[in-house]
Design a protein around this ligand. Sequence first.
Ligand code: DC
Length: 223
Amino acid sequence: MSFVVAIDGPAGTGKGTITKILAEKLNLINIDTGAMYRCVALDCLNKNITANEEEKIKEVLEKIDIKLENTNGVQKVFLNGEDVSSKIRTPEVDDVVAVFAALKIVRDKVTPIERALGEKNDVIMEGRDIGTVVFPNADVKIFLDCSLEERANRRYKQNLEKGINETYEEVLKSIKERHKLETERKIAPLIKAEDSILVDSTNMTIEEVVEKIEEIVRRKRNG
Ligand code: DC
């Protein structure tokens, strides 16, 4: 049996950074499931397909090839053979991904890929529905939360570092819209699993969050 750590929570809580550090410390494979939804959104954007064109999306999903590769702790994302690790993280993809991720046909495609990865490997998997839908029996479930304002602040700073010019207000607006879509969608909404442990990172440093989760996982692993 593989060991599964599920880390769920909204965008901008530091999930990506924290999961990456924890994967290395705990010798687990890091799986960023948002990257898969981003690949679907990018593939459709590239083909000028909008989220209400279900038939066309179905065709895209039939052919889509998404691969996550971990080399020395760095995750690369390949879409139909192309390294799209940067292309999936633009504001254009940010703006549409939540709408694609809300579609049943999209979730029905991505969820089995996630399950297959977690069944074969000891993983730390981050997303929105890992502890509720993908691995309801995960060994450890963490719900990482943070205030909307602090999340927007963090995303704004990340964007600046990447040379993306968006104002704080634009980032906040986009984060609020995505949050609404993710928490109110019918299928696999972002909610805390009853048995997950809440970690609120609003006033915590990355190191503090890592330390807290690391302790929880080690305690569970050592029985
Ligand atoms: O974590 P992220 O921002 O890269 O996620 C991109 C989008 O995918 C976001 O709108 C939420 C969605 N997502 C999801 O619905 N379920 C997951 N398990 C992971 C991400």
